[in-house]
Design a protein around this ligand. Structure first.
Ligand code: 5GP
Length: 183
C-alpha cells in the first residue's frame, strides 16, 4: 500500500518510496566503498528493519551476510518503554567479523545502546550502525551512527517497516500517524 491508500490515517507524508530508494542507493554506494573485500555481516533488528535490510542488501554490490535479532522495545504503544529484552538472538559467531547493525529508526536510542553493548561484548572486528531514520530531538543517549537515511521530526511515524500495533509495516512511504488512530 502507499500513502494514498490510507490517506485519512496520516497527517503528513514525510518520505515517498522513491525518495527512500534514492537515499538507500547513496548509502549502499558508501557501504560498498567502506566494506570492500570484508564480507560484512548485516545484523537486522526485527521486525522494523525487514524492509530496509531487504532493500539495502540488494542495493549493495559487495558480498555480505545477514542475520537477525529480535528485541522488545515499544509493545503496541507510541512511547519508548526503556525495557529491552532479547526475544531472538543471532545464529552467527561475531568474533573477528565486520558487523553492521541495520536499524529502522533510532528514537531515544535506549534500545540501540543496549544492543551495541551486547554485540560489542562478542568481540567483532568492527561494529557500526546504519539507521534508515533517526529522531535527533528524541535521542536521550549519544550514539555514533555511521550511516543515516533521514532525520525525522519528533513525532510517531509509520511505514517502510515501522508499525503501529502491528499495522502499516507494508506502507511503502513513511508518514506521521494521525492522532485519531491511537487516541
Ligand atoms: P528507542 O529505543 O530508540 O527509543 O526506540 C527504538 C525502537 O522504537 C525502534 O526500533 C522502533 O521499533 C520503535 N520506534 C521508535 N520511534 C518510532 C516511530 O516513530 N514509529 C514506529 N512505528 N516505531 C518507532
Amino acid at each position: 500500500m502507499d500513502a494514498a491508500d490510507i490517506a485519512p490515517d496520516l497527517t503528513k507524508v514525510l518520505y515517498t518510496s522513491a525518495e527512500i530508494e534514492a537515499r538507500l542507493a547513496e548509502l549502499a554506494a558508501q557501504i560498498d566503498r567502506d566494506y570492500a573485500g570484508s564480507n560484512p555481516l548485516l545484523v537486522g533488528v526485527l521486525n522494523g528493519a525487514v524492509m530496509v535490510m531487504a532493500d539495502l542488501s540488494r542495493a549493495l554490490k559487495i558480498d555480505c551476510e545477514m542475520d537477525w535479532m529480535a528485541i522488545s522495545s515499544y509493545g503496541s504503544g507510541t512511547q519508548s518503554s526503556g525495557v529491552v529484552r532479547i526475544l531472538k538472538d543471532l545464529n552467527t559467531d561475531l568474533v573477528g567479523r565486520h558487523v553492521l547493525v541495520v536499524e529502522d529508526i533510532i528514537d531515544t536510542g535506549l534500545t540501540l545502546t543496549y544492543l551495541m553493548q551486547n554485540l560489542a561484548s562478542r568481540n567483532p572486528a568492527t561494529l557500526k550502525i546504519m539507521a534508515m531514520f533517526r529522531k535527533p530531538d528524541a535521542m536521550k543517549i549519544d550514539i555514533d551512527v555511521a550511516y543515516v537515511g533521514f532525520d525525522l521530526p519528533n513525532q510517531f511515524v509509520v511505514g517502510y517497516g515501522l508499525d503501529y500495533a502491528g499495522k502499516y509495516r507494508n506502507l511503502t512511504d513513511v508518514g506521521i500517524l494521525a492522532p485519531h488512530v491511537y487516541s
